[in-house]
Unconditional design. Sequence first.
Length: 379
Amino acid sequence: MRILYVASDQTIPGSTGGSVHVLEVARGLASRGHEVHAIVHRSEGLPAREDRDGVHWYRVSWSPPHRFFRFRARAAAAAIAAEVQPEAVMERYYNFGGEGVLAAADRGLPVLLEVNSPILDHPGSLKGALDALTLVRPLSRYRESLCRQATALVAPILDIVPEAARSKTEIVTWGANVDLFRPSPSRDETRRRLGVPEGAMVVLFSGSFRPWHGVHVFERAARRLERRADIHFLLLGGPAARPGDGFRGGHLGRRPYDELPELLGAGDVGVAPYDTARLGQLRLGFYWSPLKIFEYMASGLATVTIPRFPLTEIVREGEEGFHFREGDADDLARVIERLADEPDFRQRLGLGARARIVERYSWARHCERLEGVLRRMLS
């Protein structure tokens, strides 16, 4: 089928979770034989149009350039829809988006709304409070209208979708590229280059350093294990490379996405120490599809995270990894120390993690499910 995929606030190529998601979905659907035309954000140095990874990319901009004004991309999206003549439209939901849904409505086309962040306002939301002050709640009404116009929705959990739209919402999680992220054949060489001591267990964190990602918990746990010369901590992401502050290892800084498979493949344990109390939206439920966890597991790492659904379904206790009490650095240190003391068990967990991702949580599985939704929309 010919698909128009609208994600105009994302930059491709890019290193954020959103940009990785859009890239993998677009090229994953293209690899399944579909003609994919994707609208993304235009950034300096990149062409307005490009055929890459089997996808036709269209890069658009608007003024003022802030994401708040994304709705001003509607004319560009409508023009591209008129040129492409798609059979179906997909849009990656954003509060101030809607250009894909509206272009589909103008042309009488089915539209799939991809929901990766809450459409609902969480309790205590400033945005919700400001919306309520207007009495007519224009933001809420607009978001709900997008849901009504959508033929179908996909989301990681139902709790972030308005109740009226849940009957047409399918639960679809993110995944990992299991061809890129896999146990690395150059593991030993990469570890030497990174200065990892011979025989040490490497514990990794990968991602952005936002407060709710729990880097502070990871570093506190690392400091508690400073006495252990056989445990080496590495953090990927953040502003700059630097030595560890009171722990063995250090920060590698922000690295290009195409370097991540090699770096994760050099590890033994991957940690996702989310601190959900630091983000109000998570009161609605843990809606993130945790890209870092999928990539750890695809790389064959025993994985440690918090005991929140759906993380407990992805990483099963004692089968692919372990859980620790959220926000508790002492408990995280305890789990890491156990993994250091039981290398054979740790290796079995890593093998199980890889097998689970290949079976259930790859981008290939994700795109297979999206294709099923799209075909039902067209039937």
